[in-house]
Design a protein around this ligand. Sequence first.
Ligand code: OOG
Length: 262
Amino acid sequence: MIKTDVVEAIASDLLNAEKSGTATNKFVDKYPELDETLAYQVQDKLVEMKETEEKTKRVGWKLGLTSKAKQHMMGVHEPSYGVLLESMQLNESEPVSIAPFIHAKAEPEIAFVLNKELKGPHISVADVLHATEYVAPAIEIIDSRFHGFQFTLADAISDNSSSSRFIIGERFFNPKNVNLKLMGFVYRQNGEVAATGAGAAVMGHPARAVAWLANKLYPVNKTLKPGEVILSGSLSAALEISPGDQFAASFDGIGAVNAIFT
Ligand code: OOG
């Protein structure tokens, strides 16, 4: 099969898996040529298909596998990125039905909203902070389209890095007024503490994940744009969601964000 056909075939299978709510098999076995570069082309195609199908548009990016906890959980050693669409954004106050998901999980994250363009290849943590309009607590709902969340890095990248939905807290903070590296967080499921830690769990500093993304996009001629939202990656292991679950991610100095599921 020629490359464009492989890209098209994988992207359609992933879109169908999402639409029908049924998991699919990993693609690396069927298409051994699926490496990281090809996987980002699949992701691009998939996002394009979703933009048309859902009449939506790109609003930002998500980082995946930026913490040791997540890399360990998934057996990979480097981060990945995915695209956020407007149709994925949910309101904090509205309960979320898990009916459309395959096997969704919830992750505590710090969201960045930019006010300047960030163009690699040499973006630093300081550059990111300088280009950030505000940060806010966030919960990302991930949902792998693969059976049992079993995948290689290339599979996960093709699957838009397991992105599904996201909720951003309603209070915004200037990143210069908070210490994102030392910022403590408590992640609760139904009132019970499930994880605790500090911002440094994401690549030593959540802004480093954003810098990594800007630099990673450079060779493919993409930049981070003013107004875009960037989810900097889960600070802890992802937690499985059941109907009736409530998740709360509270951060020192920037408040909390909640997600309620039915
Ligand atoms: C890949 C995406 C993980 C994160 O923040 O680490 C992710 C996965 O584990 O399914 O979104």
